[in-house]
Design a protein. Structure first.
Length: 166
C-alpha cells in the first residue's frame, strides 16, 4: 500500500475510483449517475488543484490500483486560506485496513507544512465507520446540520467536525 499525492496521470483511474465509490456507498456526495467529468476535465481539475498551493488529493494505491483518496480543499480568500475541507473515500473491500488513518496522517503532515490551522469535514450522522475514523484521528463534532442531505428520498442530518492544528 502506498499513499502519495495525486498526479495528472491518475486522471482516468481517479474517475473510475470515484465512480465505483459512488456506486458502493450512499455516504459520498454524488449518486452513481451524477459524475460526468471526462479524463481531460479531470486532468485540468487536478492541475488546477495542484497549482492552488493549499489544496491536495492524496491517493491510496495498492498493486497499481487506486483504492482510496483524501481530498483537502483549501480556502480561496485571505480570511479562510488557513483551513481545508476534507473529503475521503475508500473502497469497501479495503476498509478497516488502516488506509483512512494513513491518508489523514499524510494530509495532516502536508497541512502543517503549508501553514493550515483547521481541518474540517461533514459526515452523515449514521455513518458509524466514518465517525469512528474521524474521532480516532482527532476530529470533534462542532454541530449538527438538520436535513442536510437527501438520500433515497429521505432527509439525513450531518455532523460538522473539525480538528485544530497547533
Amino acid at each position: 500500500m502506498q499513499i502519495r499525492k495525486i498526479s495528472e496521470d491518475d486522471s482516468e483511474n481517479y474517475i473510475e475510483l470515484c465512480k465505483r465509490l459512488d456506486r458502493e456507498t450512499k455516504f459520498m456526495m454524488l449518486e452513481p449517475d451524477e459524475r460526468t467529468a471526462n479524463v481531460q476535465q479531470q486532468r485540468n481539475a487536478i492541475n488546477s488543484l495542484l497549482a492552488a498551493g493549499n489544496s491536495m488529493v492524496f491517493v491510496a494505491e495498492d498493486d497499481g490500483n487506486l483504492v482510496g483518496y483524501l481530498g483537502a480543499y483549501g480556502g480561496e480568500f485571505r480570511r479562510n486560506k488557513h483551513k481545508v475541507y476534507i473529503v475521503i473515500g475508500i473502497l469497501q473491500e479495503h476498509a478497516g485496513k488502516g488506509i483512512g488513518t494513513a491518508l489523514f496522517t499524510h494530509t495532516e503532515k502536508w497541512a502543517r507544512q503549508i501553514g493550515v490551522r483547521r481541518l474540517e469535514l461533514t459526515v452523515m450522522v449514521h455513518n458509524e465507520a466514518g465517525l469512528a475514523l474521524y474521532k480516532k484521528v482527532g476530529f470533534t463534532i462542532e454541530g449538527t446540520a438538520r436535513n442536510s442531505m437527501l438520500v433515497d428520498g429521505k432527509y439525513v442530518d450531518e455532523y460538522y467536525m473539525a480538528k485544530i492544528l497547533s
